[in-house]
Design a binder for this molecule. Structure first.
Ligand code: B12
Ligand code: SF4
Length: 464
């Protein structure tokens, strides 16, 4: 074996993920595996999702050691650090890649990675593996897109890796390298529908300040509609799923492409229910009608805030009104809507929170999720608050999600904001229903008043 690829996501060791039970295969390492195999390298994948760290450590300790490539994102950091430690002790050469390591090169090298790969991994690993296996360390300098420590301990970062121009020339993800059926079965068992995921593009050209662009920069490269339809057709044939998730950043970004893709599906009589993410400004009546015709049953929209001032501060490039009409448009075509909202962005105050609550009440999506904003290293948002960022944990045990921003409202404040939002929305929904006991409404009104009082009372508490 030339390389063993893995990731640090262990579903059964994560109580939160166990409640959600919506796993998808790690497409990044499957793309890399397919590429390396096509180039004649012997690549294998240890899929950690349904496994355990113990099992992975057993494989590493049993050997024989080779090159280990680990995918890391901000949530999996502590697991990845532990994997690197075990692998190094067992004699493996270690490489990390994915959306996080490029922003924490030194930390990952100190944690035991021999090489950090920045950007796309396919061609970099193709060139890196032979160097790691046989040539002196100095030859690493000739591989673009990596960082490593030279023999004198100094940090070397090579030239940026050029992106793959024609992503259609790449093989599809090596789904057969792992137990992909199991993902579909888990979905079917827990949600009544087996699901598969696929991507139709790489990169997003927008510049929302909190969003990580570490891997693909702000480029946007699309696959050909026919190639995506081929993959979908193959997935249906192979895994018999009841639905799909188009895992693009913004599936609706290119309207011309979308209409060609819709035509391609129609011609082939392919219609698999699917969900996707869209920006509100990329939805118009023609696009939504086309999504409905293709089988889209749910669109996720990053709404983030009901305050235009905050949306502008985020450089979101979308108006509150656009979100409202996009949701209404989806509803009118029978498509469910999910909304993502963010508390605590720089500058957000009580008025903005009230605006968000009014916005959700008026817009009335089928479902919404909230997060307290967190600065991901490498983003403009992180740079903006960097001087006030505090980590409650050591780097290797924590994640950017846990970072605290000094001077920002307290966690308790945002908990009240969240409770207030949920009870206001519930109240709004009950108002429209017949036969609700007046006492229920009164109780909920009282609860809402308590949450609002708590929000105002805690407005003076800030993170120290
Ligand atoms: C699908 C997806 C998910 C799925 C994951 C399912 C799955 N197993 O794939 C779900 C919904 C579960 C998810 C959850 C989360 N996600 Co997410 N997700 C994505 C998304 C939209 C697509 C991922 C993908 O398939 N990309 C396509 C492949 C081809 O790209 P890739 O994975 O980056 O791989 C390339 C390179 O990174 C590199 N590479 C990858 N692995 C390796 C390994 C080695 C050894 C090497 C050398 C190179 C290398 O080469 C690959 C091919 O070129 C990305 C954004 C994006 N467009 O990538 C966000 C993204 C990865 N998610 C992100 C975040 C923040 C999250 C959450 C924390 C969100 C939350 N608040 O809960 C959680 C974390 C979950 C967890 N426990 O890990 C961030 C990560 C930022 C960071 N610095 O880590 C991203 C980048 C979004 C963003 N722009 O901010 N996510
Ligand atoms: S949040 Fe979405 S639209 Fe904004 S830059 Fe990130 S991927 Fe693009």
């Amino acid at each position: 074996m030339d390389i063993l690829l893995t990731h640090g996501y262990f579903l059964y060791e994560d109580p939160k993920e166990l409640q959600i039970m919506k796993p998808y295969p790690p497409l990044g390492i499957l793309y890399i595996c397919a590429h390396l195999r096509k180039k004649g390298l012997r690549a294998e994948v240890f899929d950690s999702t349904f496994s355990s760290s113990r099992e992975l450590f057993g494989v590493l300790q049993q050997g024989p050691p080779s090159v280990l490539g680990v995918y890391a994102n901000l949530m999996t950091r502590p697991n990845v650090v532990e994997i690197l430690r075990v692998a190094k002790n067992a004699g493996w050469q270690t490489v990390v890649g994915g959306p996080e390591p490029g922003a924490y090169i030194n930390e990952y090298l100190q944690a035991g990675a021999d090489v950090v790969v920045v950007g796309e991994g396919e061609v970099t690993l193709e060139e890196l593996i032979p160097v790691l296996r046989s040539r002196p360390r100095d030859a690493l300098r000739r591989v673009d897109g990596i960082a490593f420590l030279a023999s004198d301990g100094s940090l070397v970062q090579t030239r940026p890796r050029e992106q793959i121009k024609d992503i259609d020339s790449q093989p599809w993800p090596a789904r057969e390298a792992i137990d992909s059926e199991r993902y579909v079965q888990v979905w079917r068992q827990h949600h009544g529908m087996g699901s598969v995921s696929l991507i139709t593009a790489r990169g997003c050209p927008y510049h929302c300040r909190w969003c990580s662009h570490e891997v693909f920069g702000k480029t946007h490269r699309r696959r050909k509609p026919a190639s995506v339809a081929d993959e979908l057709e193959w997935l249906i044939d192979r895994y018999k799923p009841e639905m799909a998730w188009m895992a693009d950043d913004v599936f609706t970004i290119h309207h011309g492409w979308l209409s060609q893709y819709a035509g391609e599906l129609k011609r082939r009589k392919l219609k698999l229910p699917f969900e996707c993410i869209s920006r509100a400004d990329r939805l118009n009546s023609q696009v939504v009608a086309s999504l409905a015709e293709m089988g889209c049953f749910r669109v996720w929209i990053g709404s983030e805030s009901g305050s235009q001032r905050i949306l502008d501060a985020m450089e979101r490039g979308v108006s509150v009104e656009q979100v409202r009409s996009a949701v209404a448009l989806c509803k009118s075509h029978g498509i469910q809507t999910g909304m993502f909202l963010m508390w605590g962005y720089e500058g957000e105050e009580l008025d903005d929170i009230e605006a968000t609550i009014q916005h959700v009440k008026k817009t009335d999506p089928d479902i919404f999720f909230t997060t307290v904003s967190y600065p991901i290293k490498g983003t403009p948002y992180f740079s903006e608050v960097a001087s006030r960022v505090e980590s409650p944990k050591k780097w290797m045990a924590g994640s950017d999600r846990e970072l605290r921003i000094r001077g920002r409202h307290s966690r308790g404040f945002y908990k009240f904001a969240d409770q207030l939002l949920r009870s206001e929305v519930e109240l709004e929904q009950l108002r429209g229903k017949l036969g609700v006991a007046p006492s229920t409404i009164t109780q909920l009104k009282n609860k809402t008043a308590d949450f609002r009082a708590g929000l105002h009372a805690s407005a003076g508490e800030v993170e120290a």
